[in-house]
Each structure stands twice: as C-alpha cells, then as structure tokens.
Design a protein around this ligand. Structure first.
Ligand code: ADP
Ligand code: MG
Length: 287
C-alpha cells in the first residue's frame, strides 16, 4: 500500500512583480511522480533550487498541486476535509531546529503536538517518554532546548513529530545545519525508527554520503525526477550524476577512478568495507 503517491505534480509559485504589478509564475515542479510504500526509507536528492522543498510541502498539504495529484495514505491533499488527517499522517521536520522550538522544557516541547491533537494527558506523557527514548534524548527531558546542540535540538524536533505517531515523516534537509556528529546521530535515529517502528521516512538532502543506507533514491533536477533506484543503481551512474552537477559518495568515486585505471571492481560501491572486500584479491599481487 502506498503511503505517499505523487502523480505528475506540477506547481508554480505566483510571484508579483513589484514594478509592473504583473503576476509571473515561477515553475518549481514540472511533473513529479513518486510512490513510497509503507515502511520504506526514501531519499530525495537534488541541488539547490531543484524543487525539493516545494515537493516536501506538497506532502503535508502546505502547498497543493496546480496539476496532478498527491495522495497521503489514500487521502487527496486537494480536499480540505483531509488536511488535518494528512498532517497527522505525514509529520514534517525542517532544516533549522531553532525555528521549530516553542517550549522552554524539552518534554513540553515534545508533548506540544499530541496535546494540540487532543491526546489525553496521561497518554501524552507515555508518548513523550517513548519518543524521547527512541531518539536517545530521555536524559535531557527536563533541559531547556535552547541549551542543546544543533543535533540534539533536531532529535527533539523529531521526537516531537514521533509523539504524534505519524505513519510517515518528511524531513527537509534536517542535517544541513548540523556538525558531523549531529548528522550521524540524526541519521541513526531515523534508520532506527524506520526499522523498529516501521515509520516511512522521506529524507531530503543534497548530501550524497547520507543516502547510501536508503531503500530507494529519487534524484531531482529542475522540478523533475531525473533518476531513481537503489543507492547502488543510482551511484553506478557516476558520469550522469556529474552532468547533473551532483557528486557521488567519496568511496564510490574512488572505486570509479580505480576502475577507470583498470582495477576490476563492481559498479556502485557504497562503503569502505565493500571496497576493501572487492580489493582483497589484489593484496598479494606484486607490483
Ligand atoms: P530546493 O528545496 O531544492 O532548493 P525549492 O523547492 O526551494 O528547491 O525551489 C524550487 C524553485 O522554486 C526555485 O527556482 C526557487 O527559486 C523557486 N521558489 C521557491 N520558493 C519560492 C517562493 N516562495 N516564491 C517564488 N519562488 C520560489
Ligand atoms: Mg530546500
């Protein structure tokens, strides 16, 4: 069953020109189709301006298509009667954790969403505990969110969404403002939630290194999906990605360069372990 189904979504921003007062449409999505099954970990990759954030906002009915359709768990985002249920089903996490914080105590911050949804008080505390434990932040439940690191804040924001028990979480470049440790922690939490609780993840990023563990990758360019497949399939296409001004993970690039120089290796190596394994039989060959 599809939890997210976008069919040929077309969207432009209507921007008013200050001088002429004319409204000129700025095309942001030019026919995007993407289908995610429940429990999948989907990554959406693309450089700046490719339409990733516009697409993310479509999944939460913050924007609705000009043409085409988005279904979230079978609900059409164009129908107002579904808006609340859509937002309960697909929670959003944004780039800047500071803009998402409202409370001065971590556990209040995390309880805010379920409280707004009308969850009974006792159950709110159970949910808050569970959510904080699963992002590894239970020990900080009484802290002031403003004192935490960027990575910790982002994990609190994720716990806040998790406490609403969504089937799907959409994250728009959640690691962009974090240091390397914060990035790794956030990614770990997302993979854990995905594996252990079956939460569908739509993870948006422009960082290649972060998507090697996804089930499928969709690559966006100029408001379109230009490539999709498993990480191995996508990162086998080093030259095509380069034409799109996108990189591949460092170890994939190294393997590709070795291959070009005659070293026999499979396409789409994703981890240093895989590269080490593939190179093992070269170790005793004298040069
Ligand atoms: P990404 O998230 O991949 O950087 P966006 O979805 O933010 O891409 O932007 C896609 C296109 O839409 C870009 O050309 C951008 O300039 C334009 N755009 C984004 N937001 C707005 C807006 N609020 N008004 C007008 N144009 C916008
Ligand atoms: Mg963006």
């Amino acid at each position: 069953m599809s939890i997210v189904k976008a069919e040929n979504v077309i969207y432009s921003y209507k921007r008013k020109d200050d001088e002429t007062e004319e409204t000129k449409p700025v095309s942001a999505l030019a026919g995007v189709s993407l289908d995610a099954s429940e429990g999948e970990f989907i990554a959406v990759l693309g450089h700046n301006g490719s339409g990733k954030s516009t697409f993310a906002k479509q999944l939460n009915a913050l924007l609705v298509p000009d043409e085409g359709t988005v279904f979230i768990d079978g609900m059409d985002t164009k129908e107002d009667k579904y808006t609340l249920d859509i937002r309960k089903t697909a929670g959003m996490v944004f780039q800047n954790p500071d803009n998402q914080m409202v409370a001065s105590v971590v556990e209040e911050e995390v309880g805010f969403g379920p409280e707004n949804m009308g969850v009974p008080t006792e159950e709110i505390w159970e949910r808050v505990e569970r959510a904080l434990s699963s992002v590894g932040m239970y020990a900080y439940r009484e802290s002031n969110p403003s004192r935490l690191s960027g990575g910790q804040k982002q994990r609190i924001a994720i716990a806040g969404i998790l406490a609403m028990e969504p089937k799907c979480i959409v994250l728009d470049e959640p690691t962009a403002m974090l240091d390397p440790k914060g990035r790794i922690d956030v990614l770990e939490v997302l993979h854990k939630m995905n594996k252990e609780q079956g939460v569908t993840i739509i993870f948006i990023t422009h960082n290649m290194e972060e998507v090697t563990g996804a089930d499928r990758i969709f690559v966006m360019d100029k408001g379109k999906i230009v490539m999709n497949g498993t990480p191995r399939e996508v990162f086998s296409k080093v030259e095509e990605l380069r034409d799109l001004k996108l990189d591949v993970p460092k170890v994939t690039k190294l393997a590709h360069e070795l291959k070009k120089r005659g070293v026999i290796l499979p396409d789409g190596i994703l981890t240093s372990d895989e590269l080490a394994e593939a190179l093992k039989h070269y170790q005793n060959t004298p040069v």
